[in-house]
Design a protein around this ligand. Structure first.
Ligand SMILES: *Cc1c(COP(=O)(O)O)cnc(C)c1O
Length: 399
């Protein structure tokens, strides 16, 4: 019999908070009802606060993050368009693969897994080749726990005088860490419902700049289901061009309330603190991160390199069966070599300590030479201090 909680520490799908789950338990309703637009327009407007978009719009399609990848490409680019991409993990690899399959002329830079977007290379490439129509950035590479500097890519594009569109995969960053679509000059920002938005999978969420909307008007690529124009025409009056998943929209309403009540700055600060605390734990184990330098550290997912005699897949299986705790396994090139702790969405200090405690047991079972409790203790110490500093409370009593 299963008593107590089954713990979900994969970096997506993330934990759906109780209030969000309840909000989705609604009777089916008429999505062409006269008052439906009141509900929809407010959601679309609040989504822009999450993306930090003052102009442009956020579009919702039934689908997952992969659908948003495809919608962004098929609306704003044409077959044969030259685009600049880089690969340094499972998701950046898949996006480049999709771009190729959709007929783009992909200039792709392979970067060692554990590093992020090569900004200097991008700038050089953009200066040398003004025909590049779009630049792609995987903001948070979920398979390696690597964050890239989107703002720096925008600066490099401006320095090179490029008028390419900037595409950003923010599936595991938007709604969790600092993301400013307008300020960073991002034209297409891709997200999905099952990560920072704390919902089940099922909504592809896409931030689209005004420039991107204009680009979509000019391109001649065939698209129907994902057509920006059809979606925008219907959204303008508060409807969808086809049946939307209304329970998910009610869940989204509840998750937006949570995010905006906390405030996007505080949401980002919480993820920074949690990411830092988890990394303190990993360091205390004496293990390395997959991310090779602090500038690449992700605050939503930590990928831990395992000692060579520990098999990551077996470790995750054991954690699941014995401790009812799910961690992310290694994907692609790092399969078996890393395991990943997701710390995004409905997470706090104590849930991260739970993750570290379960990981310690699984690591010890697998024969890793770590001190029992060392990671938890290091994270506890950091969290106590960080929260005391932040909340202006009593100083931490050291033991
Ligand atoms: C999860 C994820 C995706 C894929 O999203 P799906 O919703 O599974 O289609 C794409 N990119 C990144 C960075 C992700 O973390």
């Amino acid at each position: 019999m299963k008593i107590g909680t089954t713990h979900l520490f994969v970096p997506g799908p993330t934990v759906v908070p109780e209030v969000v789950r309840r909000a989705m338990n609604v009777p089916m309703e008429d999505h062409r009802a006269p008052d439906f637009p009141d509900f929809v327009l407010e959601i679309l407007s609040d989504l822009r606060c999450v993306f930090r978009l003052r102009t442009g719009r956020v579009l919702l399609y039934p689908g997952s993050g992969t659908a948003a990848w495809e919608a962004s490409i098929t609306n704003c680019l044409e077959r044969g368009d030259r685009v600049l991409m880089s690969r340094f993990g499972h998701f950046s690899h898949l996006w480049a693969d999709m771009a190729r399959r959709l007929g783009l002329d992909v200039v792709c830079h392979d970067v060692p897994w554990g590093e992020g977007v090569p900004v200097e290379t991008y700038e050089r490439e953009l200066r040398a080749d003004p025909s590049i129509k779009a630049v792609f950035v995987t903001h948070n590479e979920t398979s390696t726990g690597v964050a890239s500097d989107v703002r720096a890519v925008r600066r490099a594009m401006d320095a090179a005088g490029s008028d390419a569109l900037l595409f950003v995969d923010g599936v595991s960053s938007i709604g969790s860490v600092d993301f400013r679509q307008e300020d960073w000059g991002v034209d297409l920002a891709v997200a999905g419902s099952q990560k920072g938005f704390m919902l089940p999978a099922g909504l592809a969420i896409l931030g689209v700049s005004e420039r991107a909307v204009e680009a979509a008007e000019r391109t001649a690529t065939e698209r129907c289901f994902f057509s920006f124009r059809d979606m925008i025409t219907a959204n303008d009056v508060g409807y969808f061009p086809y049946t939307p998943p209304t329970p998910l929209l009610h869940g989204l309403r509840a998750s937006l309330d949570r995010l905006l009540d906390e405030g996007m700055d505080d949401v980002a600060a919480r993820h920074r603190r949690l990411g830092h605390g988890v990394r303190q734990g990993v360091q205390a184990w004496g293990l390395d991160l997959c991310a090779t330098a602090p500038r690449w550290h992700s605050d939503t997912v930590t990928a831990v390199r395992l000692p060579t005699d520990v098999d990551g897949a077996a470790l995750c299986r054991n954690a699941y069966h014995r401790y009812r705790t799910s961690f992310g396994g290694g994907l692609g090139k790092v399969a078996g070599k890393v395991f990943r702790i997701g710390h995004l969405g409905d997470v706090n200090e104590v849930s991260c300590l739970t993750a570290l405690a379960a990981a310690e047991m699984a690591l010890l079972d697998a024969g890793a030479a770590i001190d029992p409790g060392a990671g938890v203790a290091a994270a506890q110490q950091y969290f106590r201090q960080a929260l005391a500093d932040e909340k202006g409370g009593e100083p931490v009593i050291r033991t």
